[in-house]
Design a protein. Sequence first.
Length: 117
Amino acid sequence: MRFKIDENLPVEVADLLRHAGHDALTVWDQHLQGGDDKDISAVCQAEKRAIVTLDVGFADIRTYCPDQFSGLIVLRLKQQDKLHVLAVVNRVLPLFSTETLDHHLWIVDEERIRIRS
């Protein structure tokens, strides 16, 4: 799978995904940091990459309709320190082989994952 890691996440998220065999780039890799969400989402669409972010704005399906994306993963975490974020991403990794991400919105919190199409 192909992922874009938003600037509000540790760059190590991309390392975790790469280590699991995925193609992952960060917003920093492409010098898109500070960019508008619409611009970043357009790049994700053009590159056919799922975005991974803490930005809850990407959970607004009226603005970011899941069927127009290769996937939207919004982390809604109470605790957002690096170790906690990496632990949650590690917990989600195995699901990429069993659940559909393409054209879906995943809202991930500490307790559950909600998937919307």
